[in-house]
Design a protein around this ligand. Structure first.
Ligand code: CP
Length: 311
């Protein structure tokens, strides 16, 4: 049995808490400038397959792997033989034949990481699956909330904006509901999910009502690449109705914090200055936490090989 990291739903609350504890361990180690595991994955070769662009996820996985002494091969779709009409399956099987120790994949195709996990003889880690799942983002988000608030259970957490097309929202619903948060969706009707992704979620189409009494506000970009753009109002209208402004922020709890998985469109879903306000914004802390959170995932995914080699 390989340690694939594909979906938050595959893990119990206890397992998720253990991931958070390990991520906190690596956070503390990095903060003390003493990672202490520079050779944990020495001699491992990790292959990244990004069929979609990324700044945060790919780079933080790469840094996490380097922190453990692993080597990373970044396969590039644009310069690959897929440009010569080689199929996705043949590409995956070809790369698998080179025997990487783990594969990290992002794709716009629904369920691609799961499909790849059935074809390869190594752990597969989901770095973003269509509009469906982004489990390591949910892990780093939960880590960031836990560090700031001390706990997740009982917090009022609003996920705002384009929930319908957001894989970050999809994985956060699973993660935060398993860890006992009170989740709200704030979105216009056309950006609400078709089906509620977890039990007991409150929904609001009025931003001012939905933000009242919130502990955490997670803003989302409009995923124009995943929808019929004629549905979307112009940026100024969207900002007027659903943008996070200072006056809206004042409706939440005094110690509210603001999060955003990025990429961020200032002036569309969030006021220009809020992301840079260290009193409320955790946005760069989320990015920072991407490294220890992904260290926890790599450690777990590759440990079965470490154990097998030692046996
Ligand atoms: N949050 C996130 O997935 O960002 P990237 O697309 O830059 O990896």
């Amino acid at each position: 049995m390989k340690n694939h990291f594909l979906n938050i739903a595959d893990f119990t609350p206890h397992q998720l808490t253990t991931f958070l504890d390990r991520a906190q361990h690596w956070t503390d180690a990095l903060n003390n400038n003493a990672p202490g595991a520079g050779d944990l994955l020495k001699d491992k070769v990790i292959l990244t397959l990004f069929f979609e662009n990324s700044t945060r996820t790919r780079t933080s996985f790469e840094i996490a792997a380097h922190r453990f002494g692993a080597r990373v091969v970044n396969w590039d779709v644009k310069s690959s033989s897929m440009s010569k009409d080689e199929s996705f399956l043949d590409t995956i099987q070809t790369l698998g034949a080179m025997k990487p120790d783990a594969v990290i994949i992002r794709s716009s195709e629904y369920n691609a990481p799961y499909f790849v996990s059935t074809k390869l003889d190594c752990p597969v880690i989901n770095a973003g699956d269509s509009h469906r799942a982004h489990p390591t983002q949910a892990l780093l988000d939960a880590l960031t909330i836990r560090q700031n608030k001390g706990h997740i259970e009982g917090l009022n957490i609003a996920i705002c904006g384009d929930v319908a097309h957001s894989r970050v929202a999809g994985s956060n619903f699973q993660m935060l509901s398993k860890l006992g948060a009170n989740i709200r969706i704030i979105a216009p009707e056309f950006l609400m999910p078709e089906k509620m992704p977890a039990p007991n979620i409150q929904t609001f189409t009025d931003m001012d009502k939905g933000l009242q009494d919130c502990d955490v506000i997670m803003m989302l970009r409009i995923q124009k690449e995943r929808m019929d753009t004629s549905q979307i109002p112009d940026d100024a209208t969207y900002f007027k109705d659903y943008g996070l402004t200072r006056s809206r922020l004042a409706l939440a709890k005094d110690n509210v914090v603001v999060m955003h998985p990025g990429p961020m469109n200032r002036g569309v879903e969030i006021a220009e200055d809020i992301p840079d306000d260290p009193k409320v914004s955790l946005i760069l802390k989320q990015v920072e936490n991407g490294v220890p959170a992904r260290m926890a995932v790599l450690e777990w995914a590759l440990s079965y090989q470490t154990q097998r080699a030692a046996a």
